[in-house]
Design a protein around this ligand. Structure first.
Ligand SMILES: [Fe+2]
Ligand SMILES: [Fe+2]
Length: 266
């Protein structure tokens, strides 16, 4: 399995690395991110047991993972933070996530694991309020942006002001495409691999519009989702903002038809 990361940014001191091919078998393709700033390291959306071992092996090439500063989790899903117990035991990292999920994540950690910790699991979780927050990281910081209902009710995205990359979690995700290690080249051709996911997983056009207004005020050179291809450069970033804020999705599409007692068996 190719575990070589894609270098999204590297100025010698600060690096953003993307792993796009660690998921094997039946898991959905997903991207995991390692941010390095000098001797400080953070992971973004590292995933579950499926990616823990290859990701920890790959990350060990750049650092002693025991000394990792943070694991950032955009939301609560298995492909985001399913292996929280392993990161908690094998590193000293704090887990940064929405306050909506901070109290539920300890359910993923067995008592066998908690018995090995000096404090409680909750002590290891940084609970971010709905308004978002900046988190000091190395010589810089990472910005936890509000991205609620896209798709999770307590949903964050992570902006790195050094690389100017916005790690957008499930927003902008594409599924079933090829060459996920490459950026989007033809936006129109890319839409079919995004549209089904966005219509069903993203809650409403209103939140996409509010989010896009916030992002247009920022200095973003790339939007990098957790599944599939990324959007690089001002033209692609703008095309994505226009598309996602102009599309009905989630509850916009719901009618009484969607709420009928089922007759079929699975
Ligand atoms: Fe998700
Ligand atoms: Fe996801």
């Amino acid at each position: 399995m190719a575990a070589e990361p894609i270098v999204l940014f590297d100025n010698g001191h600060h690096k953003c690395l993307m792993f796009d091919s660690l998921v094997s078998g039946e898991g959905v393709q997903s991207n995991q991110f390692l941010i390095v700033d000098g001797k400080h390291e953070a992971l973004i959306d590292p995933g579950g047991d499926l990616t823990y071992t290859p990701l920890s092996v790959a990350a060990s090439r750049y650092m002693n993972i025991r000394d990792m500063d943070y694991v950032f989790a955009s939301h609560q899903d298995p492909d985001i933070i399913g292996a929280i117990d392993r990161w908690i035991v094998h590193t000293r990292a704090k887990i940064v996530t929405s306050r909506l999920w901070a109290r539920f994540l300890p359910h993923l950690v067995s008592s066998y694991v908690t018995n090995q910790l000096s404090g409680s699991v909750y002590d290891r979780i940084v609970s971010v309020p709905d308004a978002g927050a900046n988190v000091k990281f190395g010589d810089s910081y990472l910005q936890c942006l509000p991205a609620h209902f896209m798709h999770s009710v307590g949903n964050l995205q992570f902006y790195d002001p050094v690389s100017k990359i916005l790690f957008s979690g499930d927003l902008g995700a594409s599924l079933g495409g090829e060459d996920d290690h490459l950026p989007v080249k033809d936006f129109k051709k890319h839409i079919p691999s995004m549209i089904g996911f966005h219509r069903r997983y993203i809650a409403s056009k209103t939140v996409c519009q509010l989010w896009a207004n916030m992002v247009r005020e920022m200095d973003v050179v790339a939007i990098v989702p957790q599944h599939g291809k990324r959007f690089e450069g001002p033209e692609m970033v703008n095309r994505f903002l226009d598309w996602v804020s102009g599309m009905d999705c989630g509850i916009d599409l719901m009618t009484q038809e969607n709420y009928q007692c089922p007759v079929d068996y699975v």
